[in-house]
Write a protein that binds this ligand. Structure first.
Ligand code: PBG
Length: 341
């Protein structure tokens, strides 16, 4: 943004003049949240009419497949364009080599088909990474304690094609292996899925804010004390994030994501300015949980803080936001409540 020369000065100029009333503040708002900016992540579990609360994500539940169409309809009614699905795979379905990831009848594929059958106008995003399916909880295949790159990429190709065949509109590699965007694109095209969108989790950091998510999908216990630092990025780096995005853009990623969100607003801004392609941000589980937990103690107005954080993503340049608060915030926006107004 260009610096604005001082055209006038106090007392003729008074910046508070435009903050005086609600209608004036709304009139001059530079950024606005819209339900069309929001993507709702959904956790899926086995069973029938199951709705399991997730203790570290207050207000969020794991839902069995039969309950998904109703939630999908609510998203559409609220103006939310898409949901992102994450399966809580039963432990007996996990293995060292993650074969369940390309089982066409796995939990997430059944979830995709159920939503697409009942609510075809809602976009469905499927995660491409092996962690829901591995007994060790890593996103890739492991040999001698090392997460293997190229072998994992081959597995991700099978997983991505399986998701697309189930009807998934957007496949989202969140694994951070090198070269997986080109490989996934090629596999999709080879199998006739030219229209399937690839959303790359291009700048994904090795973050401590993923804790509640790992509890929700059951990868926390599997992972134990291990970490993902040999493939997820160091929180110290931003130039490296631009290299990651540049590579994924060259490999034909349609959209990119920065993750987590709030501690990485500078990365969102840098990526959007450098590449200009659709840039999404993931307001991750730990960020959501912090606000909810403080709200429950009466330390913060959680609803207002949630709106403020999501607006900050727009201000930083994000085109869309994955947030566990998508439905509640869309509801508040529909009722005419704004952030910052
Ligand atoms: C892993 C994955 C993670 C999240 C989404 N996909 C975390 C991880 O690396 O374990 C985290 C999302 C969140 O915390 O909300 N493929």
């Amino acid at each position: 943004m260009a610096a604005i020369p001082p055209l006038a000065s106090f007392p003729a100029l008074r910046l508070r003049r435009l903050r005086r009333t609600d209608w004036l503040r709304r009139l001059v708002a530079e950024h606005r949240l819209d339900p069309a900016d929001l993507i709702q992540p959904l956790f899926v579990c086995e069973g029938h009419r199951r709705r399991e609360p997730i203790p570290s994500l207050p207000g969020i539940h794991r839902l069995s497949v039969d309950l998904l169409p109703a939630v999908a309809e609510r998203c559409v009614a609220l103006g939310i364009p898409a949901v992102a699905l994450f399966p809580a795979t039963p432990p007996e379905r996990k293995s060292e080599a993650a074969e369940e990831a390309w089982n066409p009848d796995n939990l997430v594929c059944r979830a995709i088909r159920e939503i697409k059958r009942h609510v075809p106008e809602l976009g469905v995003i499927g995660d491409v990474a092996l962690d829901p399916y591995t007994t060790h909880g890593q996103d890739g295949l492991v040999r001698d304690g090392v997460v293997l790159n190229d072998e994992t990429v081959a597995a991700l190709q099978r997983q991505a094609v399986t998701l697309a065949a189930a009807g998934c509109d957007i496949v989202a590699p969140s694994d951070m292996m090198d070269g997986r965007i080109r490989a996934v694109r090629e596999a999709l095209d080879r199998e006739g899925f030219q229209e399937t969108v690839v959303l790359s989790y291009a700048a994904k950091y090795a973050s401590a804010f993923y804790g509640p998510f790992r509890e929700a999908v059951g990868s926390k216990a599997a992972l134990g004390t291990a970490d993902k630092k040999t493939y997820q990025m160091s929180p110290a780096n931003v130039a490296e994030a631009l290299r990651e995005v540049a590579l994924d853009v060259a490999e034909a990623a349609d959209m990119v994501m920065v993750k987590p969100g709030l501690p990485y607003l500078d990365v969102v801004r840098a990526v959007k300015e450098a590449f200009g392609l659709p840039t999404l941000v993931y307001h991750v589980s730990g960020e959501y949980a912090m606000i909810r937990a403080a709200g429950e103690r009466g330390w913060l107005d959680a609803d207002a803080c949630m709106m403020e954080c999501l607006l900050a993503f727009k201000r930083a340049g994000a085109d869309a936001i994955l947030t566990y608060a998508a439905m509640e915030v869309a509801g508040r926006l529909r009722d005419g409540r704004t952030a910052g107004g």
